[in-house]
Every structure is written in structure tokens, then in C-alpha cells.
Design a protein around this ligand. Sequence first.
Ligand code: ADP
Ligand code: MG
Length: 583
Amino acid sequence: MRIRYLPETLISQIAAGEVIERPAAAIKELVENALDAGATQVEIDIREGGKNLITVNDNGSGMSREELVASLDRHATSKLPHDDLFKIEHLGFRGEALASIAAVSRINIASRQKGADAWEIRAEGGRKYEPAPSAQTSGTKIEVRDLFFAVPARLKFLKTDRAEYTAVKDMINRLAMSYPAVSFRLTNDGRTALHYRAAPILRERIADIIGRDFTDNALQIESERNGIRLSGFAALPTFHRGTAQYQYLFVNGRTVRDKLLHGCVRAAYADVLVQGRHPIIALFVDIPPSELDVNVHPAKAEVRFRDAGAVRGLIVSALKHALHEGGRRSSTALSVKTLHFSRPQNFSSRQTAAPSYAYGNLAEAMQPSYMMDHINPSARAEIAPQQEISSPLGAARAQLHENYIIAQTERGMVIIDQHAAHERLLYERFKEQVGQNGIEKQGLLTPEIIEIGETPAQNLLEFKGSLQQLGLEIDAFGPNAIAVHAVPALLGAKTDIRRLVYDLADEIAEHDRVSGLEARMNAVLSTMACHGSVRSGRRMNADEMNALLRQMEATPMSGQCNHGRPTYIELDLKDIEKLFGRT
Ligand code: ADP
Ligand code: MG
């Protein structure tokens, strides 16, 4: 074995392996170059998911003949004028993307600077040809054919055309989100897949990309501390997905997949979202370049902050604050969708005596006999004082199926899940008490002995001290049982202590092992709140219902239960009228 210097093409291929691992990565580099060149229009065309052909056409500054030649060389860049890696003002700076792409494909670059002649240059598998005059009218057009033809082994790692296309789309969405003033168009096998017109404001672009449902159900984030700025939109906790894929995170305009940032989002929502669900979020961090190291990942997908603690603190507190402030809002999109789904299809034949729903008395509207067959209000409030109607959750009018409260508001109606609502209220009360003198306890006359098994018993006893602060007094009782001496007073006398203890043991065992004590104890509180809340099935009279609504209005984050489900949904009169074809 002998040490030898690798040939230049092999070096480029090795470098390319890191930067360009699939078509979406090549497109990211090409589009970033267009954005760095000041383009206001970027058109991307792909064939076969980008495997066969990628074209990126921009109206940016263009390149001269000499620049075209240099652009294909490794470590050739126009973007580090001060040789300072902590003064990075462009998306690019490594000067290796075009060289890497050229090493593994057949590339053609045509470009024209304003007032100069147009030139084009091509390269194949890293071999560069002489530039030639071109017909390009302005900006730059880069065509990449047969990506990875020069490294056939890599081709085998590519996914189906469809999967590669999906990754391309996702990448373009991310790039488009941080450049709302630039128009983007993607065509796939000749068909327009995405088209974003230049938007005057970020909110519009985000609505185009994620959907208006999201922007309508998101909290706006604006915060600044020590020169670090945070902005964007964060979903209400009821608006979540099963993967973190819909979290769009940016640092200084650069799309990143950063563990620290995802972790901040998780921490901020921990209290309002069940584990395994992820809020949709579009979050922009702007930080002085001197505080940031972007040179830690070849594709620049990760970054490092000089003061990670400060960034984390800012993000978590800004998000928590917004959730707290906006916490009483629930998800409107959800409500309208639900209603569309359950809209009766053959209702018209029975609609002869259609009651007036417009601003009528909702209790009245429930009277028609054909509805009484299905809906049997178990409580009805006939008179609703105006002050109740004008409060955000309105005046309670009826309780249905012994769990759903219907309330009339000025703008429409609200349906409240009384169990979920009560659960949230209890949880917040518990947290309040913990913050003061600890949770109030109620001793049991005779201790309740629960044979729960050895491991669960030990798990519980391990947290004996913390549980005590949370109002639950337990002791060992032989090797596989525990004795319960006191329970939180808020839970009330009818609590099924045995079930509660079983659930708590499960909760403690299941809750992410690495999560801190606070997270675990909040999970315990949440379980206790669930046990203590009005189970569905309890009838309430009008006063009780209205009291619940007023309490919700006064409680932070009462828009969702501890599991991220909404506690109420709101139907705007306009939406209701739409459903009945009245508008
Ligand atoms: P980097 O972006 O890190 O500088 P690249 O290999 O991506 O490295 O590009 C090399 C150089 O080619 C850039 O610095 C820029 O000067 C030039 N260039 C690449 N693409 C374009 C474009 N679309 N418009 C104008 N100049 C470009
Ligand atoms: Mg670049």
C-alpha cells in the first residue's frame, strides 16, 4: 500500500458526494446561486424527478466569459470578498457547488451580463470545454443532464422519480418561503407543479405554500433580544401533523434542518401538544453573521450558534409567550372542515319548513321535530343575557349528548367539548397551585392499597417526593403494592384512585426517559387533570355551563386540552350560511 494523490476528477466526485446527494440538493445549489445573483424570477424545469434533466433559469446579474470559466472550478467564488467566514452575506461561499455538479453530470451554463455579450460553457464528468457565444438574452440558464451518469453507483441510491420530485418540491417551497419577493415556477415533465408570484409580504407567500388554513390558524411571532431577531408564524396547538416535515426553519434566510431549532419548537409546545405530533411552523432567525458558523455542513443544512443558549432561550420564550397569548383561540379551519364532512347530503327533501338560522335564536332553531328525532338537548337555556352573548365564547344554549355545549356568540356559534375544556382548566389550576404552595391535598380516611406490580410500584415510588408536591401521597406496601394516603383536593371525592394510579404509573414509565423531571411532572398533572375533569355524561345546567365558558375565557391556553385537541370549535355565521347555500 502506498499513499498517492488522488486525481482531480476523483477529488471532485468525492466532494460532490457530500454536497449533491440527490436532484433536490443540486437544485438547492442552483437556485441559491440565482438568488445570490439578485434574481427576481427563478424558473425550474425538471424531467424524471430531476434525474434526466434539471434546468434553472434566472434573471439575475449573469456572468462574464471569464466568470463562466471560473465558476466551474472548485473553490472559485465571488462571495467571500473579505476572506472572512464570519461575515457571510450570501447563501453560497464554498465555491464548490457548480464544480461538484459538473463532476457528476453533463452541464451547460449560458449567461449574459447587462450590456455584454452572452456566453455559454459546458462540461461533462468534470471535463470543461471552451466557452462559446450564446443566444441567452439575460440572466443565467443552467442545464444539468444525466445527473450522476459519471458515478453510476450513486444512481442506485436515488429513489423513484416521484419521490425525487417530491423532495425537489419541498426544497423549492423552502427556498421560496424565505424569498417572498422572488417569483418561482417549477415544471415537472412539462406540467406546472408550483407557481408563486412575487408576494409583497411574507404572510402571502406562506399562505401560497402551506395554505391559508395555516396562516388563518397561526400565531404571528415577532421578537428580538440582544441583536437576535425572531419572526414568522407558529400554528395553534390544534393544527399539527404526524411529522416534523412541515416545520420550515431559516437562519439568516438560509433553510436549515437544525436539531437545536427543532428541539426549541418541541420544548415550546411540550405543554400543549401530545408527544409524536408536530406543529406546523415557519420561523426565521436573523442573527449577526459574526454570531453564526454556517461552515459546519457541506450542504449548509446545519448551522452552529456561538451562543446557542441565547438563541434557544429567545425561541422557546417567544413561542411560549405567543401560545399563551393566543391560547384561547382554537382552530377555525378544523371546524369548517368537520362541518363540511358531516353535512347531510339528502337534507333538501325535508327542508320545507326550514327555520331561520340567520341570527335567530339557536335554541329555537333546534325545535323542529325532524331534528328532535336525532338531537335531544339534555339542558336548554332559554334566556341569554346580552353580556354573555358578547363574551368570546358566548352564551350557553344547550348541552347535547351530555358532553357538548352549544353556545351562541355575536358572530356565530361555538361548540364546546366540556370534558376537554374542563381538563384544560384543571390542568392550569394545578399548575397554578404548584407554582404557589404545592397542590392542595385531601387525606383519605383509610389508605387505598393498590396491587400494581413490582416495577410500576418502584417507578411510582422513585417519584414519591415529586408526587407528594403534586398532591398524591403514596408509600410502599410490600414489594408489589402501594398505599395511597392522600389525593389532590381538586380531583374531588369520586375519583377512581385505582385507575388514576395505574395511569400515572404508565405515564411515568412511558414518558420519554430523557425528558426532565418537569416534563414528567407536567405529564403527571395532565393525567390527573384528565381524571378530575367532568367526564362526558354529566349533565350541566345553564349556570354551570356559562360558568365553565367564563372560566375558559379567563384561563390561558384554554383553546386546547392537554393533548392538543381543541376544547371548542367556532362556527362563523358566514360559514354556517355558506353551508346552507345562503350566500
Ligand atoms: P458559491 O455559490 O459558493 O460561490 P458555486 O459553485 O455555487 O459557489 O458558484 C460559483 C460562482 O459562480 C459563484 O460565486 C458566482 O459568482 C457564479 N454563479 C453561479 N451561479 C450563478 C448565477 N445563476 N448567476 C450569476 N452567477 C453565478
Ligand atoms: Mg453556490
